[in-house]
Design a binder for this molecule. Sequence first.
Ligand code: NDP
Length: 480
Amino acid sequence: MQKILNYINGKLVEPISKNYFDNFDPSTGLAYSHCPDSDERDIELAVNAAENAFESWSTLQPEKRSRIMLRIAELMEKNLDKLALAESIDQGKPEWLAKNGEIPRAISNIHFFATAIEHFASEAHPMGDHAINYTVRTPIGTVGCISPWNLPLYLFTWKIAPALAAGNCVVAKPSEITPMTAFLFSEICMEAGLPKGVLNIVHGLGPKVGSAITIHQHIKAISFTGGTKTGAEIAKVAAPMFKKLSLELGGKNANIIFADCDFDKMITETVRSSFLNQGEICLCGSRIFVERSIYEKFKTAFIEKVKQQIVGDPLDAKTKIGAIVSKPHFDKILSYIELAKQEGGAILCGGEMTKPAGRCENGWFIEPTVIEGLSYDCRTNQEEIFGPVVTITPFDNEEEVLNYANSTQYGLASILWTENLTRAHRVANKIKSGIVWINCWLLRDLRTPFGGMKQSGVGREGGWEALRFFTEQKNVCVKL
Ligand code: NDP
């Protein structure tokens, strides 16, 4: 079985403990590689390597940093098929999705920040002929990046690209559940000539490796994407140490459908926003609210389309919904379907695990599930399930649906479907979420601020926001 290795000080190395745990292919339920079970000693090595590399990396001209990063992006492009296949096997997502969506986006992340840094400027504030202020933005030092399993390479690069471009050195931890593409990425960084110690990737368990990053004195900023509970644990440790923190956390997003929407377009996109990547995207619209006058029409058309979604082998081009990432997550999703039934929900389609014939018969697959008849404030409608499960609920007016939409502890994203421009802006204005999509979903411009309100996070990623997060600002005031 293939052994994944840590990437520390420019080399692929074993964990100090020499211990490994199994890494599973969720489509077969079988272990297929070994992941390092690293600990605080490996983090110590990684931090030392990063500290040693900082002086030369942070003082390198931005265009030189940019050139190395562009070389990384080029090599990723060259290895697109290999990365996509690896992501599909490791995570369970359809290979076509990794190839057309996730890996190209990971390449864009590197490319975007490699070029952005060449345009990153700071401000001057003249005080008439009296004095002038100018702002200097300098890299922070060694920073920590911790990412989740749902979009492994995409979210990993979304963090490390701005950190590296801004001149920081990075100690990064991908999810222990999906370590493979980060490992392949470390090989690409070596081939691209990234100087040793600039990026260090340490694999292992969150409570061991993640918490060793969080608590390390010399790691001055943490960029974390993952669950709200883990985010709170990280904040508890990092806040008293006065570390900079960017937290991208969970969501329970509303998809609000008004009767005047473009119905066909809305149905097609709503299937996508409900079930893409098995519903394991923090931006999926898992609570669907439909204006009562079109509720029955919606229900019929939606269910018909959902039933056509093929659940099966992620390597088969016809598959729309692949495997659930891990056995514990599979069990968690099924337990929420049981909870929905106990809370009085009616399962309109799906609701069960399924076993595709052949190679994948022991994999972790769940049918796309649509539930109705639940109150907006029950647990099923308030807690993040993060799987192929959505609820549908009718509403009568704007005020009522805004109350439903804003009722959760989360505030990451929302989706609105209406052809009424005034209403679209009015509702968008009143929704408490960091992102609002009107008549579309997952349309992303990497320059825009990305992140959530309430318990969906603190801070924003993307564009200048990310480069500002990964730099310290200093104001210099000169008396003229
Ligand atoms: P987790 O919070 O379980 O894990 C995220 C990362 O943190 C993993 O690398 C994990 O390691 C690590 N970790 C776990 N415990 C600790 C700890 N005590 N200290 C430091 N690091 C730790 O999230 P999931 O991986 O389960 O991801 C799913 C969650 O991510 C969902 O809630 C989803 O909404 C959210 N998410 C948010 C996004 C956003 O942009 N807002 C985007 C994508 C996902 P390990 O895997 O070893 O446990």
